[in-house]
Design a protein around this ligand. Structure first.
Ligand code: AMP
Ligand code: GLY
Length: 423
């Protein structure tokens, strides 16, 4: 079968390396892919947001199945357009992708169906938002309603900063139209856990849990980024907590989307916080997380394509989804300066196998691979213990070189501590 993956980052590279193991797939394509992905798939240069063009290309090239990975094309309705043209897809329709596309939608959904989340109010009027802030305890969390490249969340420590954030979003449009409407919500505390799940709207199968490291610098200092590394499983996510999340959050969310006539099919991502009052939803994503996918998929034992087809055909209950009883660690190698200003165009050299080295931002120049983004590589290793996975990942990192490379040296440290250094 000819399979197309839409997307161009490390997540898509991990999906492609995983799909490549399926015997059913004869040809793999990526729109747009990148210089690293082209080692594993045929890349086609096109904007991932150009959903009509992508669908036309897929029809012309007789694509049998498409995987739409990033939030933008999903929210824009790429799956609707592809389905209309007769191409089965893994990924939610536009109607279901709103669970990530609008924070106001997702907060109201949780309130309506009793799914645990932070207390909140929504605003479309700045003056009302500002006077509401006078009644709030600090810190407080301010979120732009729409997609904002993962940057639309501001945690304000005091009233002054909170007011600045509201004005920045609603008046100065720091996140464009995404900030015309906002959510102001209670600040929660506790360890964070990412749980990706497969769902066809009838069955929901959680994948192995993971832990992101969002801050740019060691010890969770520095600016928020798209993610500087991940480990899986997440030690805080015990069997009891998993059971509670399944009963109180995952299944109720799947059912709520069905009740709203927005059946969700694809990968539903739960960003959770394990608060003293129990697990609560921080955010939903309508897609695989990045860089969570780079640790979750290398642990998947079952054929990913079989699962994706079963999801599209609403027969996920027939598939036994299994994960290796191992640990994985992914260290992001970024360009110095990320997430702000950084330089590009430096040659990347590998003194190690490229298996499980996922390319996020690089382009080919002849046969040279050059850095071409903030996050450049996701270097993943799998081992029987978390300690082993961390050691192996950093050993691999030490064998990969490019000018101005920058990475955190403590990925997995907190997780290891939570295990009592035992694993
Ligand atoms: P996001 O950019 O949506 O991935 O979220 C950024 C981060 O903001 C999350 O990973 C949390 O660490 C933090 N965050 C979001 N909402 C809350 C909240 N209600 N309380 C505390 N931290 C939050
Ligand atoms: N790593 C968080 C996300 O993909 O949004």
């Amino acid at each position: 079968m000819k399979v197309l993956v839409v997307g161009n980052g490390g997540r898509e590279h991990a999906i492609i390396q995983s799909l490549k193991k399926s015997k059913k797939i004869t040809q793999l394509f990526a729109i747009a892919g990148n210089g690293g992905i082209s080692a594993d798939a045929i890349t086609v240069d096109m904007n991932v947001k150009d959903v009509d063009k992508i669908a036309d290309w897929a029809v012309e090239n007789k694509i049998d199945f498409a995987v739409v990975a990033p939030d933008d094309p999903l929210v824009l309705g790429a799956v609707n357009v592809l389905n209309d043209k007769g191409i089965p897809c893994f990924g939610p329709t536009k109607q279901a992708a709103i669970i990530e596309g609008s924070k106001i939608f997702s907060k109201n959904l949780m309130k309506k169906y009793g799914i645990p989340t932070a207390k909140y109010e929504t605003f479309s009027d700045m003056e009302k938002a500002l006077s509401y802030l006078d009644t709030c305890d600090m810190p407080i969390v301010i979120k732009a309603d729409g997609l904002a490249l993962g940057k639309g969340v501001i945690i304000a420590e005091n009233l002054d900063d909170a007011k600045k954030a509201v004005k920045g979003m609603m008046e100065d449009k720091m996140f464009g139209q995404s900030g015309s409407n906002i959510v102001i919500e209670e600040f929660l505390t506790g360890p964070e856990v990412s749980v990706l799940s497969f769902t066809d709207g009838k069955t929901l199968v959680p994948m192995v849990s993971s832990m992101d490291h969002k801050r740019a610098l060691d010890d969770d200092k520095g600016l928020n980024t798209g993610g500087m590394g991940t480990v899986a499983p997440n030690p805080y996510y015990t069997e009891d907590i998993a059971k509670e999340c399944m009963e109180k959050i995952f299944i109720p969310t799947m059912n709520a989307m069905n009740s709203e006539n927005r059946t969700f099919k694809g990968c539903l991502y739960f960003g959770l916080m394990l608060t003293p009052k129990g697990p609560k939803v921080i955010e939903y994503n309508c897609r695989f997380g990045d860089p969570e996918t780079q640790v979750v998929l290398p642990l998947l034992k079952t054929d990913l394509f079989e699962i994706m087809q079963a999801v599209a055909e609403e027969r996920l209950s027939e598939i036994k989804v299994e994960f290796k009883k191992k640990s994985a660690c992914c260290v992001i190698m970024a360009s110095k300066g990320y997430p702000e200003k950084y330089e590009k165009g430096y040659e990347i050299t590998f003194n190690t196998s490229r298996k499980n080295v996922f390319v996020a931002g690089a382009k080919l120049d002849g046969d040279k691979l050059l850095t071409n983004g903030g996050r450049v590589l996701g270097v993943t290793a799998v081992a029987f213990t978390l300690k082993g996975a961390i050691k192996k990942a950093y050993k691999k990192v030490s064998k990969i070189h490019f000018a101005n490379a920058f990475y955190r040296s403590d990925i997995g440290k907190r997780a290891l501590k939570a295990y009592g250094e035992k694993r």
